[in-house]
Design a protein around this ligand. Structure first.
Ligand code: HEC
Ligand code: HEC
Length: 267
């Protein structure tokens, strides 16, 4: 094969890579579709490693390791799956390099700390930890660690939640209820209150009611919740709901009672 022919053959491939560069992650593995965080358990030694580990524990067992700041039965991992690294469940590596960022929710440029405080206040229906305290320091260290090698200032594939386009027919909570009972209630309970394991630990988190996220949370927005459900629920069977089903079941969940938006009650 002449060199010229080779170039012609490779040209579309090279152009494809240039036009649509895939993040290759810290491993540099080009076959990896999403950013690849450092493998679990590969922590640096010493105080820094211990702080990262502390952040990971807070992330996974939030009520146990940061009880003062949590007001319900959820943990960070309830919504940011697989210890916060699963694509399309707002992974930490997708967030870390994109703050500070303007948010229309509070009309301010938010730091990552401020963004995390928002999840404590609304999604965990709690009291946000101080920006300069130990809890926040540990969560930031953990976020930094799982983002090692990710670019700063770029939105990576798998970042945030999937943004759903409008459904074919308006979201229907009654259809959603039928689907919930068939596909979700096994884990989250017919009454949506989740299920406890024998030792009184939360096995499956509540999706509505007094121990779930409040009305100010991102998931109280039907589109946002539908995007999460589409990619992530039923657990480990992501993408098995049709778009319409994701919208319907999200509208059912968001029509159920839950704690008020703390901005309305002045807390
Ligand atoms: C009830 C679900 C829920 C819980 C619990 C929750 N979050 Fe979130 N979080 C969200 C949603 C929804 C978003 C918005 C995602 C998006 O950008 O579309 C979000 C966004 C974030 C972001 C920014 C993501 C980005 O790409 O900009 C970070 C960081 C974050 N959460 C951290 C946390 C931490 C730390 C905790 C625990 C203290 C937590 N979250 C608990 C639902 C939750
Ligand atoms: C096999 C059990 C299982 C099934 C079935 C299941 N989930 Fe989940 N779901 C979970 C677990 C576990 C989590 C929390 C993830 C974690 O902690 O790792 C979760 C998290 C959630 C969350 C975010 C946290 C919260 O409590 O608000 C929502 C919302 C949710 N599921 C809705 C659904 C819907 C809707 C369905 C049906 C389409 C469904 N789930 C089916 C196990 C399940």
């Amino acid at each position: 094969m002449t060199p010229r022919r080779l170039v012609l053959l490779l040209l579309p491939l090279i152009a494809g890579l240039l036009l649509n560069p895939l993040p290759t992650g810290a491993t540099g593995n080009k076959n990896f579709q999403f950013f690849a965080p450092p493998a679990e358990g590969t922590l640096p030694n010493g105080p820094f490693g211990r702080l990262i580990r502390q952040g990971e524990l807070i992330f996974i067992h939030t009520g146990q390791y940061a009880p003062r700041y949590v007001g319900n039965d959820l943990t960070c991992e309830s919504c940011h799956l697989d210890r916060g690294i699963k694509p399309y469940s707002a992974p930490l590596w997708g967030a870390y390099g994109t703050y500070p960022r303007y948010r229309s929710k509070n009309h301010q440029v938010n730091t990552l700390e401020e963004r995390i405080r928002g999840c404590f206040r609304f999604s965990l229906n709690g009291t946000p930890p101080p920006v300069d305290g130990k809890t926040m320091k540990a969560l930031i260290a953990y976020s930094f660690w799982v983002s090692r090698g990710a670019p700063v200032g770029l939105y990576l594939k798998g970042q945030g939640m999937v943004r759903m386009s409008k459904p074919a027919s308006p979201p229907n909570p009654l259809r959603g209820k039928t689907l919930f009972e068939a596909r979700c209630s096994l884990c989250h309970g017919l009454d949506g209150q989740g299920t406890q394991s024998d030792n009184d630990q939360v096995a499956f988190p509540p999706v509505w009611g007094p121990r779930s996220f409040n009305k100010g949370a991102g998931f109280h927005n039907v589109r946002e919740l539908a995007g999460f459900l589409k990619m992530n629920m039923p657990l480990s069977k992501g993408k098995s709901l049709s778009d319409q089903q994701a919208w319907d079941v999200a509208s059912y969940i968001d029509s159920q009672p839950r704690p008020e938006d703390p901005r309305k009650s002045g807390h």
